[in-house]
Design a binder for this molecule. Structure first.
Ligand code: ADP
Length: 186
């Protein structure tokens, strides 16, 4: 099962991706997590992207695409995966499709979590991870970037007819049950 988990910052992608990953035994690839890990370990990549993440802006497409394509070569992804936080722009979606086409492969499902904007802000502000981009000012920037650059990705996949919309309101388990109902059909 090859799955894209999509939605605005604070929609609960990371939380649900972890649950999907353990329930269906498929790896979870989070670009945000990879960047944060690299920043923490002060790698070359980490140094390159730190100020971008701190500002709530997007890492350049080429950097993200190279990273994901490289990562997907790993054998652990051969039976499926959950992409979380990628693709986040139309050029990233096009590059992913191009790569998958070259492998005679494709995405099975694009799942989008819908959550009203006020709830997104509340959730991010009450997160306990202490992320440097979780301040009110940065959240505003990230949501702006989401509506401008990321939301169009949804329409791109709608044309491929693989989109399922999930109501992202409710408890973590309620949302996960909705997700399972959809995934158990594929
Ligand atoms: P959230 O969606 O909650 O903001 P993420 O962990 O998915 O959190 O991403 C955190 C940050 O990492 C983003 O604000 C951005 O700077 C960077 N990032 C993650 N994925 C991408 C991507 N696909 N393209 C560009 N930047 C990205």
């Amino acid at each position: 099962m090859k799955l894209i988990l999509f939605g605005p910052p604070g929609a609960g992608k990371g939380t649900q991706a972890k649950k999907i990953s353990s329930h269906y035994s498929i790896p979870h690839l989070s670009t945000g997590q990879i960047f944060r890990h690299n920043i923490k370990n002060q790698t070359e990549l980490g140094k390159k992207v730190k100020s971008i993440l701190d500002a709530g802006e997007l890492v350049p497409d080429e950097t993200v695409v190279d990273l994901v394509v490289d990562e997907l070569q790993n054998d652990k992804y051969s039976n499926g995966y959950i992409l979380d936080g990628f693709p986040r722009t139309i050029p990233q979606a096009v590059a992913l499709d191009k790569y998958l086409d070259s492998q005679d492969d494709g995405i099975d499902l694009f799942m989008t979590l819908s959550v009203p904007q006020e709830e997104l802000i509340n959730r991010i502000l009450s997160r306990e991870e202490g992320r440097s981009d979780d301040t009110p000012e940065k959240i505003k920037t990230r949501l702006g970037v989401y509506f401008e650059e990321t939301e169009p990705v949804l329409n791109y996949y709608k044309k491929q007819d693989i989109v399922e919309e999930i109501n992202g309101m409710g408890t973590i388990d309620e949302i996960f049950r909705r997700i399972k109902t959809v995934l158990d059909k594929i």
